[in-house]
Design a protein around this ligand. Structure first.
Ligand SMILES: Cc1cc2nc3c(=O)[nH]c(=O)nc-3n(C[C@H](O)[C@H](O)[C@H](O)COP(=O)(O)O)c2cc1C
Length: 346
């Protein structure tokens, strides 16, 4: 209903309006958003419940980082039917991000290009917000917190900066995603080397291992890495004690889009990303075996992609573009399709 209105607005304003509505919308009504008049309540098929990283997920479909960077509407997403929420990217320091406009729709390609640069309230404010949710026992689904490097932190201080974010946020998360792959913070993707992955994960592990219950850590990778480089980073992360990987972030390869993108910079998401964000976790699974957790994300535009979620290499498939692209009915549609797709595969 809201989509025509939202599409008239600049993409980021539309997203902010969506988030504002999500925050204000009573969660008791939220679960009705994805349904037509007279349809039954969202019931999550019990066979979709899954236990991963020692956590119970009511279903494997989550909200990816970037949709709710500051953890403003976590209870809304769970009311829509999502089985987990990954908030962030949050940085140790509050920061404004890049100048606007910084999110661009490519409707013909079913894609977005963004160069947001991690605008966020900073670890302290987001932690206070999540503390409130925890105090009220408001979260029924696992909460992932995605942490990134503050723009002001020098490259040499990257590991310490990630550690600072973890110290404030780690204990409030069910799992933590270490983001080293967004294209819009200068130098961030250069952290995707074996040495840097090791240094950053080691730095985060120090406070993590002091917790009564250390949190599962995941590293988020770019789709633009060559298979061998992605594998090397993945192995470094696992050796340093990570539970797995999130694959993938946005791409800097715009060759698959038809729109004129010559003047654009940033990261591409949406339909053109589907093939690579499906192939790369498949490759990692084949090389790494069944043990590591692989969260696949990228290019899910409709419920027809449900069977792809069940291919080897995908444990938990979050969705990222939020209401702007997919509409509130997508999670429910996908959840409906998953059991049939799974049965067809068996
Ligand atoms: C506007 C926008 C903002 C994003 N912000 C973040 C972010 O802060 N941290 C992150 O790890 N990924 C971020 N992403 C990447 C998504 O989480 C996801 O990895 C990527 O968009 C591919 O999925 P999709 O094709 O389903 O959008 C963002 C994506 C978009 C479109």
């Amino acid at each position: 209903m809201l989509r025509p209105l939202l599409f008239r607005l600049d993409a980021e304003r539309a997203h902010q309006l969506g988030l504002l509505l999500a925050r204000l919308w009573p969660t008791s009504l939220a679960s009705r958003l994805g349904r037509g008049v007279g349809e039954a309540d969202i019931t999550c098929p019990p066979e979709l419940a899954t236990r991963v990283m020692g956590l119970d997920f009511p279903n494997p479909l989550g909200v990816a980082a970037g949709v709710d960077k500051d953890a403003q509407a976590a209870t809304f997403w769970q009311a829509l039917g999502f089985g987990f929420v990954e908030v962030g990217t949050v940085t140790a320091l509050r920061q404004p991000g890049n100048p606007r406009p910084r999110v661009f729709r490519l409707p013909r390609d079913g894609a977005l290009i963004n160069r947001m640069g991690f605008p966020n309230d900073g670890a302290d404010v987001v932690a206070t917000r999540i503390e409130r949710l925890r105090q009220h026992d408001a979260l029924r689904v696992p909460l992932g917190i995605n942490i990134g490097k503050s723009k002001a932190a020098a490259a040499a201080d990257a590991a310490a900066d990630y550690r600072r974010s973890f110290e404030r946020l780690g204990e409030l998360a069910d799992f933590v995603v270490v983001n080293i792959s967004s294209p819009n913070t200068p130098g961030l993707r250069d952290l995707q080397t074996v040495d840097q992955v090791q240094a950053i994960v080691d730095a985060v592990q120090q406070p993590n291992q002091q917790l009564e219950q250390p949190r599962p850590l995941l590293v988020k990778l770019a789709p633009d890495l060559a298979d061998a480089d992605a594998l090397a980073c993945a192995q470094a992360a696992l050796t340093a004690g990570c539970a797995g990987l999130v694959v993938s972030n946005t791409s800097v390869d715009f060759s698959a889009v038809s729109a004129d993108t010559q003047q654009m910079s940033g990261g591409l998401s949406g339909a053109p990303l589907f093939a690579r964000s499906t192939a790369l976790p498949g490759h990692l699974r084949a090389e790494l075996g069944p043990a590591p957790v692989l969260i696949r994300v990228g290019g899910d535009m409709d419920a027809a992609s449900a069977p792809a979620h069940l291919a080897p290499g995908r444990d938990l498939p979050p969705l990222s573009p939020g209401p702007v692209h997919v509409g509130a009915s997508l999670p429910e549609g996908l959840l409906r399709e998953l059991p049939a797709a799974r049965a067809a595969r068996a």
